[in-house]
Design a protein around this ligand. Structure first.
Ligand code: NAP
Length: 261
């Protein structure tokens, strides 16, 4: 391999100067991805409801080559919310190259206990807001080199007991990922899903805190443990960078072997 080829290969994961929106950036997986992007020179509009937690994300990113611009917003409810998020981000960044649809919610109930209100809450955030964000971002992503990363789940591939609305929502995210990948394939926009297994965040706190549930999670995961949020950033960098330019409509499953069983 020539030196030039080696240098080009080193650049494959380069994100310098890219402009991103990351939803659910106030904690957990979204914060970890935001911090890694900012360290790699990305200007990130970080979206969530908690202004205080977003400010902490911004503070943690200080000193990186990029920057974090907090944007407080509720992605549920009024369809104008997600659209306004994209418009504000475009104003702040001058465009959008990467959209990470990460904000999500799990009500952890089965068929007999899921109320209509809970069902709507899960589907509203996990599915409807993705549709609205992608629709609003569509013209900007098509400007060239656009990437969409939908944070789905292993539960976009397999079922689970007492997870009716959540599993349904994540299968819908997989469907949306494939449809958008096909619609935008000739526009140079790649759309992929990053599908974590169990990750140590607030979403998993109840299970991790309960010894019976924690030992079930360990038993169900061939690697024998759950992941830390930082273990999702490498795959996210891959999906945001030109390293994944020939990949679209796919799922990158990062689950410690859960779905290999
Ligand atoms: N943890 C896991 O084991 C796991 C496994 C597979 C997939 N995932 C997926 O990974 C993604 C991130 O999950 P996580 O584990 O990092 O969860 P988390 O720690 O609970 O974080 C969820 C994020 O979404 C934001 N959010 C929630 N409701 C919102 C709303 N209405 N509007 C705007 N933002 C909202 C939260 O911020 P605010 O509360 O400040 O709004 C927070 O930043 C989710 O899509 C989840 O389904 C997680």
């Amino acid at each position: 391999m020539t030196l030039a080829e080696t240098a080009q290969r080193a650049d494959t994961f380069d994100l310098t100067g890219r402009r991103a929106i990351v939803t659910g950036a106030s904690r957990g997986i979204g914060r970890a991805i935001t911090l890694e992007f900012a360290a790699r020179g990305v200007r990130v509009v970080a979206v969530a409801r908690s202004a205080e937690d977003l400010e902490e994300t911004r503070r943690l990113a200080e000193g990186g080559a990029g920057e974090v611009l907090p944007l407080e917003a509720d992605l549920r409810g009024d369809a104008g919310g997600p659209r306004a998020v994209v418009e504000s981000a475009v104003e702040l960044l001058g465009g959008v190259d990467v959209l990470v649809n990460n904000a999500g919610f799990d009500n952890e109930q089965g068929i007999d206990d899921t109320t209509v209100d809970q069902w709507d809450k899960v589907l509203d955030l996990n599915v409807r807001s993705l549709f609205l964000l992608c629709q609003a971002a569509s013209p900007y992503l098509k400007d060239g080199g656009g990437k969409v990363i939908n944070i789905a789940s292993i539960f976009g591939h397999v079922g689970a007991r007492a997870e009716l609305a959540y599993v349904t929502s994540k299968h819908a995210v997989m469907g949306m990922t494939k449809c958008l990948a096909l619609e935008w394939a000739r526009k140079g926009v790649q759309v992929n899903a990053l599908c974590p297994g169990f990750v140590d965040t607030e979403m998993l706190a109840r299970a991790v805190g309960d010894e019976a549930s924690a030992s079930y999670l360990r038993r169900m995961t061939p690697l024998g443990r759950w992941a830390q949020p930082e273990e999702m950033v490498g795959p996210a960098v891959f999906l945001a960078s030109s390293a994944s330019d020939f990949m679209t409509g796919q799922a990158l499953i990062v689950d410690g072997g859960y779905t290999a069983q």
